[in-house]
Design a protein around this ligand. Structure first.
Ligand SMILES: Cc1cc2nc3c(=O)[nH]c(=O)nc-3n(C[C@H](O)[C@H](O)[C@H](O)COP(=O)(O)OP(=O)(O)OC[C@H]3O[C@@H](n4cnc5c(N)ncnc54)[C@H](O)[C@@H]3O)c2cc1C
Length: 573
């Protein structure tokens, strides 16, 4: 059985739970069938296992270097990207008119999970290019699409997103990079960008940076930000890559994980840039890429947690240690550690986190395939949870995987410590957990008079109504409670009090949503026999009985409108 990812679980979720075959009744997906979906899943697993997984460790041990002129990356990365590009998956969910395969997002997401599980660092390059090209297809001019998006779709160019600056990470309103009209329709971009993933390398003919900058005279704050295409090289007529643009690599950052993805400090010194859309709307366009990247980050967190769980499960079946508490005869043979209740505790928790997180990621992806005002609103509310919940809880699955490996888990001879380090990033980039909590409670659950949250709660209660009473009732009650707590928090409209414990709110809402995902999987497994379905029922029961109760104290705290954190004197810290 693969230790990279679980085809069985993907098939259950796609076909038995989400019924993705029904999507082929939609005109957009009419060319597809279960056979084409399976073929792309097969090819993804094959390339991921053959070309991505084998250099995952090497990526970590030999991180990219910069000699002042060129960035050197182990050759396996370019070879893996070549295979990936040849598969056509880079344009998987894009429109056929742009050369895309028009696969449902949910199937494409499932395919890409294999690559993220096999080698998250190498997978980051196409992840960024796909999101960058997707933004340009949605908001670029025909010329920009032809010059920059198509070569990314062909795998000739790669893309980045350049938002962060040394002084502006969470707070994009403090972005300082400037854009001055050059008089010929282009702009000159000057400033420093920090933490840019894939920001420099020799893996592609050139790199398409999407840069947030402030045009001359723009107002302060995020409403003064515009979005520019700033290529590493100027691109001439017919897509010919020409001379270097004024974008210099000031240095590479040395990270805890994801080491195979270059992470650059970029210096823009009057670089030629091309405005995307209209001035002042840059962040709105960037959100097209950020929302996709946020689901991609949540998916990456699931993938890392999942592969860690599979490694731990395999190890726990093999590793012999100790005897059952009732059979302490030292002459008796030792048992596999999977027999010990405490190891089972960690395995079952990890299973519930990674399979629950996977369900949420795929559910969110399917909402994109069935666009409607209701589904769009639901996705808006779910996005901070899809990003943040797996980043925390699937990382805990990685923590359990290290623990299950004991001392071996703490050594670099086993891969689980790398999965843990890699997953640590996901709570930081694309908006930290703290920022996701503020987004959820400060914007998403109150927008449109709370319609998104109300719709989510209705769906949760509908699923709970169909579940066995002992599992459905606690979920239904928790959903009602979340609604009441939200109303209480915003009763006087004071954001200082309402948002004082926004991370507790994110945690509570996240666990409720995953409990819902588990009840829904339980329903899909209902009446089916065999170890796989028993496992689904067991994990659903575990999540509702062992995990969901965590949210009670969180909601108690929120209901009390406690302001200890907001009020404390930081001299005490
Ligand atoms: C490996 C890596 C890859 C990255 N890739 C990219 C990329 O490709 N492109 C890009 O543009 N950026 C990228 N980033 C940047 C990333 O998005 C930022 O690091 C992140 O948004 C946090 O910003 P910061 O590092 O400046 O931390 P800060 O914003 O200084 O935050 C520090 C701490 O303070 C908290 N905090 C800050 N403000 C608030 C607030 N208002 N309320 C509550 N808590 C707050 C944060 O949650 C965090 O815990 C990457 C970062 C890393 C580490």
């Amino acid at each position: 059985m693969s230790k990279v990812f679980s085809r069985r679980d993907l098939e259950f979720l796609l076909y038995e739970w989400l019924d993705v075959e029904s999507l082929t009744a939609r005109e957009r997906f009419a060319e597809h069938s279960r056979e084409t979906f399976d073929a792309f899943l097969d090819v993804s697993a094959q390339i991921a296992e053959r070309d991505f997984a084998p250099h995952n460790r090497k990526n970590d041990l030999f991180e990219p270097t910069f000699d002042g002129t060129r960035v050197e990356i182990i050759p396996e990365v370019a070879a893996a990207l070549k295979s990936f590009n040849a598969s056509g998956l880079i344009s998987g969910s894009m429109d056929a008119e742009h050369g895309g395969l028009q696969l449902p997002h949910v199937v494409h997401r499932a395919c890409f999970l294999w690559f993220q599980a096999a080698n998250i660092a190498t997978a980051s390059y196409p992840l960024l290019s796909m999101a960058n090209a997707g933004l340009l297809l949605a908001h670029g001019t025909e010329e920009q699409i032809k010059t920059f998006a198509y070569p990314m779709i062909e795998g000739r160019f790669t893309g980045t997103m350049c938002l962060s600056e040394p002084q502006a990470g969470s707070s994009l309103s403090d972005v300082l990079t400037r854009a001055v009209p050059a008089g010929d329709g282009s702009y000159r971009i000057t400033g420093s960008k920090m933490w840019i993933s894939g920001g420099d390398h020799e893996l592609s003919e050139t790199i398409v940076h999407l840069v947030l900058a402030r045009a001359e005279g723009a107002r302060p704050g995020v409403k003064g930000l515009s979005l520019f295409i700033v290529p590493k090289h100027l691109v001439g007529p017919g897509g010919v890559v020409g001379e270097r643009n004024q974008v210099a690599l000031a240095g590479l950052n040395h990270k805890m994980g994801y080491r195979g993805t270059t992470n650059a400090v970029l210096s823009f010194d009057g670089a030629t840039g091309y405005l995307v859309g209209e001035e002042g709307h840059g962040l709105a366009y960037m959100f097209h890429m950020m929302n996709e990247a946020r689901i991609g980050v949540g998916a990456g967190a699931v993938a890392l947690g999942y592969t860690g769980y599979l490694h731990a499960l395999d190890y726990a079946r093999e590793r012999l240690q100790g005897r059952p508490v009732v059979a302490k005869d030292p002459a008796a043979p030792p048992v596999a550690i999977i027999k010990h209740p405490d190891v089972r505790r960690m395995l079952l928790a990890a299973k519930a986190y990674v399979e629950g997180g996977l369900a949420l990621v795929l559910y969110a992806a399917k909402l994109l395939d069935e666009p409607s005002p209701g589904n769009d609103l639901l996705l808006d509310v779910l996005t901070p949870i899809v990003k943040a919940w797996p980043s925390q809880w699937c990382r805990l699955a990685n923590d359990h995987a290290v623990q299950i490996h004991g001392g071996y888990g703490y050594t670099r001879e086993y891969p689980v410590e790398q999965f843990y380090r890699d997953n640590r990033l996901n709570s930081i980039h694309e908006g930290t957990d703290g920022i996701q909590g503020l987004d959820l409670l400060g914007r998403k659950v109150v927008m449109r008079g709370g319609a998104g949250l109300a719709a989510l709660v209705d769906l949760i209660k509908e699923t709970a109504a169909g579940a066995p009473a002992d599992l459905g009732a606690p979920v239904r009650e928790a959903a009602d409670r979340l609604l009441r707590t939200t109303a209480k928090l915003w009763a006087d409209g004071d954001p200082a009090t309402a948002l004082a414990n926004s991370t507790a709110y994110l945690d509570a809402a996240g666990h409720l949503v995953i409990a819902w995902m588990w009840l829904s999987q339980y329903a899909a497994a209902d009446g089916k026999e065999g170890g796989f379905y028993d496992g689904k029922r067991l994990a659903a029961r575990y999540f509702v009985t062992h995990e969901l109760p965590r949210i009670g104290p969180l909601l108690d705290l929120l209901d009390s409108r406690d302001t200890l954190l907001a009020d404390l004197d930081d001299a005490c810290l």
